[in-house]
Design a protein around this ligand. Structure first.
Ligand code: GAL
Length: 428
């Protein structure tokens, strides 16, 4: 089991702390609410369709169990937290943390830990006996020197190819592509029908696509090696992977505002394929108004992203206790809900993720989520780039910049150099 997990990585905060605020304001109201209850400011980016349903389910449990606190939703819009994470960095730098915030297990969280921004949560792990119910390897990703710094609420999968079965049929594609070459051939077939071969959202979704294309082109071991001291970003195998990325991107439709409208093009039959994490399942499946209320296997279907079957590219949303949280007791009350079986089993079926806890009620995870649970226990693992597992926030931001430039100039050699430089300068 241990071999499946990437070792947690050392992180420099240099880049993280240079990020500046660019998200919406969330005026901190640390004082009492109207009825004398103290507010608990919960910072995330789950505002959009699909995502907000999961947060709401957990919030309801929190409110039921904690009549002395009011939930203050400090979510900042923008999929994958591209706005929220920058704002959070500036708030932490100014020592004005929210009461609790969502981060990603792995390199991203290690950055906050090393910068001394988080309180250890061993007291909570002991009280709730969390070490008995969370995978040790996941705990390793959120620990430094025996201290545990967050409460993981789920496991998400990044490398999913969502597709519209009718659009594929119309294009004469009989099954989801298993390899990158098959994928490119299928994109071309769809193009001939006049439909959008591949839908895409804002810039971070291109980085999300890149991580699946790297994994599918390089294979799991070579992909995992990119995040170690032995990484070789200049090799011919990376060049080939980036050429694949270039070809695949050439079939992308007009970039949509975020991941939801891009995913919706597939569900509506305007596009054939979209590579997105399994939060898309919550969005497709949840009833309106939070989700699209679509039917699995008819309106949408899924497969491992091309070339990645047998590997689970993982990420985990994890809540924290920042040092200096204005309402520390309220934050701990939230963390208890996030850690609980009840909280995770309410949150995850709506969020389109599986629980971090090993003792969750499996009957609640049906359809895509039953498949997901099965894959989680059997697959090899690789860590997500965009969602904070393998690269710290400074490195991720540099990769984002390189992808943004590449989308304009399509210059593979320059792109590869930029990625190699990002790795070299990551300080990780
Ligand atoms: C990820 C996050 C998921 C989901 C997704 C899209 O970074 O871990 O929970 O919110 O972004 O916004």
């Amino acid at each position: 089991m241990r071999r499946r997990w990437l070792a947690a990585v050392a992180v420099s905060m240099a880049g993280l702390l240079t990020l500046t605020a660019c998200g919406g304001g969330d005026d901190k109201a640390a004082g009492d609410g109207k009825s004398g209850q103290k507010k608990v400011e919960v910072f995330s980016w789950w505002t959009g369709p699909g995502e907000a349903d999961g947060l709401k389910a957990m919030r309801e449990i929190f409110e039921k169990d904690n009549s002395g606190f009011t939930f203050y939703d400090a979510a900042v819009a923008g999929g994958s937290g591209d706005q929220a994470r920058a704002l959070l960095a500036s708030k932490l730098q100014a020592n004005q943390p929210p009461d609790t915030f969502q981060g990603h297990a792995g390199a991203e969280l290690q950055g906050y830990i090393k910068a001394g921004k988080l309180e250890p949560l061993n007291f909570l792990y002991d009280e709730l006996k969390l070490k008995d119910v969370l995978p040790q390897e996941l705990i390793d990703q959120i620990s430094v020197q025996g201290q545990v710094y967050s409460v993981p609420v789920n496991i998400h999968r990044s490398n999913i190819l969502w597709f519209n079965p009718s659009v594929l049929k119309e294009a004469g594609v009989s099954a989801a592509p298993a390899t990158i070459d098959e994928f490119i051939a299928d994109l071309d077939k769809v193009k001939k029908t006049g439909k959008i071969p591949l839908s895409i959202g804002s810039q971070w979704t291109a980085v999300h696509l890149l991580e699946s294309v790297l994994l599918g082109s390089l294979g799991t071991d070579a992909y995992n090696q990119l995040w170690t001291a032995n990484a070789d970003w200049s090799g011919a195998n990376v060049t080939k992977a980036l050429e694949n990325f270039k070809t695949i991107l050439s079939y992308a439709g007009t970039p949509q505002e975020d991941w939801q409208p891009a995913a919706k093009q597939v569900a509506d039959g305007a596009a054939a394929f979209n590579i997105m994490g399994d939060w898309a399942y919550g969005y497709f499946h949840n009833p309106a108004p939070g989700g699209l209320g679509k039917t699995s296997k008819t309106d949408f279907d899924w497969a491992a992203s091309p070339g990645t079957d047998g590997t689970f590219m993982w990420l985990s949303d994890s809540f924290t206790l920042p040092k200096g949280a204005p309402n520390r007791d309220g934050a701990v009350a939230w963390l208890k809900v996030a850690a609980s079986k009840e909280g995770q089993d309410a949150f995850n079926p709506k969020k389109g993720s599986i629980p971090a806890r090993k003792d969750a009620d499996k009957s609640l995870y049906q359809d895509y989520l039953a498949w997901d649970l099965e894959q989680w226990s059997n697959d090899k693992l690789a860590g997500s780039i965009q969602h904070g597992v393998v690269a710290n926030d400074a490195w991720r931001a540099a990769i984002n910049d390189a992808v943004g430039l590449f989308q304009q100039d399509h210059d593979v050699a320059k792109f590869q150099q930029a990625l190699a430089a990002a790795a070299k300068n990551s300080g990780q």
